[in-house]
Write a protein that binds this ligand. Structure first.
Ligand code: PMV
Length: 307
């Protein structure tokens, strides 16, 4: 008996950085993300009729390089699976297979998509093996997923997700159709994990007032996207990722993710906005790669920047 599910990644324009409760991943401020439908993780869960423990192995995807997960990553992944099994009263042992549909050397954080896919697949399996099981609502599944990886709760909604102290939900923010472009500057692993970043950023003297700044930007960006005020949306998004990276750089001890190539790409984006009075929304995750969001009518500009 086997189930297979895929789930998308997401990129936050207003960032989740800092927690009010680390054990259940409750955020210090609201965040807003755009769902990356083309960047997905796949998870299979298979019942092991004679198994004595849950296991993980990489899932082989046609045309993709073999998928690798660190020992620590596996522990966290199977730990989340175990929590879900208890929540859904699932008995027995299972083989969990997972992989990303995007290249693992693309420098994209996959925890959001992989934890979302694991949560969905486990609920699908529970439907098969637990008698009388009623599948939880999307909101409830997203909340369960949040306990494994905070940002994964936003991957349950598309194209926009709003996650605040009240919970996570899909929001209709704009009728603009957007195109995501990722500029890979460095595809290497992170020296500081996002869990460690959440912990360490609270040591920055900028952190105390950070939730207020983020909440204010959340309101401003929501308004700008609603009114299709693209230039303001760019300014808010730009200021927000610099704010998060300033928290990293001013933590004690300080750390950072930007590389010289990151600044070169950002310089090009700024140049485009200053000469053309138009350009993409730009943002960075806890990494050196630059995420750009373009409107559909900006294809020529997109090609120009790429060149
Ligand atoms: O979900 P986590 O614990 O990997 O945190 C992710 C945090 C950022 O990606 C840096 C920002 C965000 O809101 O996604």
């Amino acid at each position: 008996m086997i189930v297979r599910v895929s789930a998308p990644s997401n990129i936050a324009l207003i960032k989740y950085m800092g927690k009010t409760d680390a054990s259940s991943n409750l955020p210090a401020n609201g965040s807003l993300s755009y769902t990356l439908e083309n960047l997905r993780s796949v998870v299979e869960v298979e019942l092991l009729p004679h198994g004595t423990a849950d296991q993980w192995e990489p899932l082989a995807l046609e045309g993709a390089a073999p998928f690798h997960m660190s020992e620590r990553g596996r522990e966290k992944f199977l730990g989340h699976f175990d929590r879900l099994k208890k929540e859904f009263s699932m008995r027995g042992h299972f083989l969990v297979r997972s992989a990303n549909q995007f290249p693992s050397d693309a420098g994209i954080a996959s925890s959001a998509s992989s934890f979302a896919a694991l949560t969905m697949a486990t609920a699908d399996m529970a439907e098969k093996v637990v008698s009388g099981f009623k599948k939880p609502s999307v909101e409830k599944l997203a909340e369960l997923s949040r306990r494994g990886s905070g940002s994964s709760c936003r991957s349950f909604f598309s194209p926009w997700a709003l996650w605040s102290a009240e919970g996570v939900r899909g929001v209709e923010i704009t009728s603009l159709k957007l195109q995501h472009q990722l500029i890979v500057v460095d595809a290497g692993g992170k020296a500081v994990s996002s869990s460690e970043a959440h912990r360490r950023c609270t040591t920055s003297s900028l952190f105390e007032t950070r939730p207020r700044r983020a909440e204010e930007r959340l309101r401003e960006l929501t308004r700008a996207l609603k009114e299709q005020d693209w230039a303001t949306a760019f300014e808010v998004t730009w200021t927000e990722f610099w704010d998060m990276h300033a928290l990293f750089e001013t933590s004690r001890p300080s750390f950072g993710y930007m590389k010289p190539g990151t600044l070169r790409v950002l310089e090009k984006v700024r140049e485009m906005w200053s000469t053309r009075r138009d350009g993409p929304l730009a943002t960075l995750d806890a990494g050196p790669n630059v995420h750009l969001l373009w409107r559909e009518d900006q294809r020529a500009l997109m090609r120009e920047l790429q060149e």
